[in-house]
Design a protein around this ligand. Structure first.
Ligand code: UDP
Length: 241
């Protein structure tokens, strides 16, 4: 089973790293890291955008009556925590070349994100973790993942979902007869009023023809399989393709 891509942008949501009770689940995070290290050993260039939803999301601002912009920065800082956790576990699983970068400046623990530097690191075989989202409030890490896939010229955006194995014509949790798409264009998704990511992210993906593979991170070995074009997934083609 050969690699399908040379360079990927892997988006991992924060929730995929933990459980309802714990922000991190040792088995889950080690399992994710193991697959990524194996892919690195096979020569895949891997950039990772990690979310923060297992710790904090900006839309929780109301729960403590806080300013929503500060709450978004808290969300971005949560992604830095996740990046550091992932870095530690990747090293634990045997990777000798992992670099954490961030759009929110925390130089003690993460290099500032610079796209040319990140590209050079990918070319040298480093796993490059991209924390801090876009560095701007009002955005999501899905948007960050899309922008980074474009600027780092990834062949594909591997969108690891937590408990959903692709895109369906209706909510599969509510409808037993929901049908999963094997392949669909972003334009068709928009026309059918279905979503793979937020509107900002999908508009950017459409503009730059970003291909996206949507798969369930909880299925055994699915990141590894997705990188080899073998995962049960929906392939979302960018633009008109
Ligand atoms: N966030 C932000 N700007 C960004 C990315 C993230 O303000 O560019 C904040 C936002 O509050 C978001 C939180 O960080 O709710 C965590 O990110 P996200 O919800 O995308 O994480 P995920 O759902 O993927 O774990």
């Amino acid at each position: 089973m050969g690699l399908k891509y040379k360079r990927v942008l892997l988006k991992i949501s924060g929730e995929a790293l933990g459980t309802e009770d714990n922000i991190y689940d040792s088995q889950k995070i080690h399992d994710i890291a193991k697959q990524i290290v194996k892919l690195q050993e096979e020569g895949l260039q891997i950039a990772i955008v990690v979310g923060g939803g297992n710790i904090w999301r900006g839309n929780q601002a109301d729960t403590i009556s806080m300013n929503p912009i500060s709450a978004d920065y808290m969300g971005m800082l949560a992604t830095v925590m996740n990046a550091l956790a992932l870095e530690a576990v990747l090293k634990n699983e045997g990777s000798t070349h992992v670099v954490v970068t961030s759009k929110v400046q925390v130089p003690e623990v993460a290099s500032p994100y610079l796209f040319k530097k990140a590209k050079a690191l990918l070319e040298k075989g480093a796993i490059v973790i991209l924390a801090g989202g876009t560095g701007q409030p009002k955005f999501t890490t899905d948007t960050a993942a899309t922008i980074r896939a474009i600027e780092l010229e990834a062949d594909v955006l591997l969108m690891a979902k937590n408990g959903v194995d692709g895109i369906y014509d209706k909510d599969p949790k509510q409808n037993k007869d929901a049908v999963r798409f094997e392949q669909i264009s972003l334009r068709d998704l928009q026309q059918k009023n279905l979503k793979v990511m937020d509107l900002t992210a999908s508009s950017l993906a459409m503009e730059d023809n970003v291909d996206i593979v949507v798969f369930d991170i909880n299925d055994a070995n699915n990141i590894y399989k997705a990188a080899h074009g073998q995962a049960r997934a929906t392939i979302v083609t960018g633009g008109e393709k």
